[in-house]
Design a protein around this ligand. Structure first.
Ligand SMILES: Cc1cc2nc3c(=O)[nH]c(=O)nc-3n(C[C@H](O)[C@H](O)[C@H](O)COP(=O)(O)O)c2cc1C
Length: 232
């Protein structure tokens, strides 16, 4: 319930305030100004802190800053919760008839990391620095298929297509979360299947290194836009 202002008590307070001002009490005014300045400074700091905490990175910034990073600081760990957030984001990627045929095998225990390393072939040295290696596969005969029949000539290439789209979401979300990544296509699929118990009806695509990079690679040149795009 709202309290009723007691006019009789309030009036003497107001008159004292007016009197103070009208007597041009310089020190009181100076004190009030100081207090006001302090309040303004405090509010400004609070607003600035709030702004920093809520700062978001734009999509263009994420795209511009993502690079394939080939060396990581293994002492900076990635948590299981962070991995779950990352993979959950890939689930938002589009897929053929929403079949969601892409699968991820996240290797983050020291023991398994060592076990899969020989399967990384020419990428072994790079992969050895990453605290997390994410193997991407897709379930065959789902993406690009209707009732078990390939819908067109591309067949299981659609599974690979969906996995690539999913990986795109992965590397961009990882960058937004402050991580770096390296997609690796050079790997021994059979070795990975054996080490991770990947079912035979899945095709192994990439291994993505995830972690905090300790290098900032230069952006490799891109082809001129008009070489890769034709407007008809
Ligand atoms: C499907 C695919 C396979 C790749 N395989 C490897 C690989 O085996 N080893 C490697 O060092 N980089 C690999 N890369 C990274 C590319 O070399 C890299 O994306 C390209 O040079 C462009 O550089 P950027 O990613 O920094 O923009 C691969 C990338 C993709 C998309």
């Amino acid at each position: 319930m709202k309290k009723k202002v007691n006019n009789i008590r309030f009036l003497p307070f107001c008159s004292r305030f007016v009197l103070t001002l009208s007597h041009n009490n310089q020190s009181t005014i100076t004190n009030m100004k100081k207090q006001l300045n302090k309040i303004i400074a405090g509010v400004s700091v609070a607003l600035a802190l709030y702004g920093c905490a809520n700062q978001t990175t734009s999509f263009d910034e994420i795209v511009a800053n993502r690079r394939s990073v080939r060396s990581y600081d293994k002492t900076q760990k990635v948590s299981e919760e962070q991995v779950r957030t990352l993979i959950a984001t890939t689930q938002e990627a589009p897929s053929w008839a929403n079949v969601q045929a892409t699968r991820y095998y996240v290797v983050m225990s020291e023991e398994k990391l060592n076990e899969v390393l020989p399967s990384m072939l020419a990428n072994q040295e790079k992969a050895s620095t990453a605290p997390v290696l994410i193997v991407t596969t897709y379930k065959q005969n789902q993406s690009g298929f209707f009732n078990g029949e390939a819908a067109n000539e591309a067949g299981n290439l659609w599974g690979a297509y969906d996995a690539g789209l999913s990986n795109a979401f992965l590397v961009l979300k990882a960058k937004e979360m402050g991580f770096d990544t390296l997609i690796m296509g050079l790997r021994d699929a059979d070795g990975l299947k054996k080490a991770l118990g990947i079912p035979s009806d899945e095709t192994v695509m990439t291994v993505v290194a995830l972690g905090y990079g300790n290098q900032v690679p230069k952006r490799p040149d891109r082809k001129p836009l008009d070489e890769i795009m034709k407007i008809k």
